[in-house]
Ligand binder design. Structure first.
Ligand SMILES: [Zn+2]
Length: 322
């Protein structure tokens, strides 16, 4: 039986019908900004009904950014989607769609997508980390998604890496997110551009605001200043990941999100820190690689976490069922 995964983001709502093999059979997208706040629930339901048309579907899961209580199917806090906070989404959506609807944190869903169908498809123990505007993550151990007592587990972006580091969006200082996100890359790029105004990075920063993708492009073209931005970012990332390697002993660390497109320019320095700071035998086993599903990991993972009327995963309990 197929399942529907819905990626409810600040910019778009993407709903997809996914087969047990992880194939997207149908997909619809709505820009979130075009939806009046009081119509958000209705629009998500509409996207589900539209994408479902003509397909047999066993359940739906919504992937939502923020703090989610998966066990209660409730969004407690979602930075850009306050309209869906504190309501029983399973009941609201169930009434409107006639399907069982569950809710999961978006990074957990993306982690599950990579585990079932992407970088972790051949392993049972995977750490996923996504480097976007913020840093999110998810941990799968023995084939089970780690949620913690309240469903708030796996918040890897807010582990303190440097207590004297820059302020993080969460209010703390020196979180992994403050040092290794896309936002952190932009901040560091500004600093290094100021110091090295004769570099390609420095010259671009005089013309306009430097974006994360500019840093990647300039680094790929060989600009030393841009390379050093990604090296430092990779170092902080690796310090964070070394801790996770020690704790979870994963077979694979999958790194996704926009900044992961810098590939080896970030992953190389990260691996060096993992080797330096984590312990044997965990460090000898772990393979740190780029996530493979890109932005599709959200809908694929959400579909993978959809449950049927019997409470079981619609697409099967393990990737090996597929
Ligand atoms: Zn933080």
């Amino acid at each position: 039986m197929n399942a529907i995964g819905v990626d409810v983001g600040g910019t778009k709502i993407a709903a997809a019908v996914v087969s047990p093999e992880g194939k997207i059979l149908n997909e619809v997208r709505y820009p979130t900004q075009a939806v009046p706040p009081n119509r958000l629930v209705g629009t998500i339901a509409q996207a589900i009904m539209e994408v479902k048309d003509g397909f047999e579907v066993g359940g739906v899961c919504l992937a939502v950014p923020g703090l989610i209580l998966a066990a209660e199917n409730k969004v407690i806090f979602s930075p850009n989607l306050h309209e869906i906070e504190d309501i029983r989404l399973d009941e609201e959506m169930g009434d409107r769609t006639g399907l069982r609807v569950t809710v999961e944190n978006d990074a957990n869903a993306a982690a599950w997508g990579e585990f079932r169908y992407g970088a972790g498809a051949d392993v049972d123990h995977q750490v996923f980390i996504t480097l976007g505007t913020g840093v999110g993550g998810g941990v799968i151990t023995h084939g089970v998604l780690l949620r913690g007592a309240q469903g708030a587990g796996g918040e890897m972006g807010h582990v303190t890496i440097d207590p004297k580091g820059p302020r993080c969006g969460c209010g703390n200082y020196g979180c992994l997110e403050a040092l290794a996100s896309g936002t952190a890359i932009q901040r560091l790029a500004r600093e290094i551009a100021n110091e090295r105004s004769d570099s390609a990075l420095g010259r671009l920063a005089i013309e306009r605001q430097v974006l994360g993708e500019d840093v990647t492009r300039l680094a790929q073209e060989g600009d030393e200043a841009a390379i050093s931005v990604l090296e430092e970012t990779g170092m902080w990332l690796g310090i964070g990941l070394a801790g996770f390697v020690n704790i979870f002993n994963p077979e694979v660390i999958a790194v996704g999100g926009g900044a992961a497109r810098a590939g080896e320019l970030i992953l190389g320095p990260a691996r060096k820190e993992i080797q330096r700071r984590s312990r044997s035998p965990s460090r000898d086993l772990v393979e740190t690689k780029e996530a493979t599903l890109g932005p599709e990991s959200g809908v694929l993972g959400a579909a993978g976490l959809a449950r049927g009327e019997d409470g079981e995963y619609v697409l099967g309990p393990s990737k090996r069922v597929a």
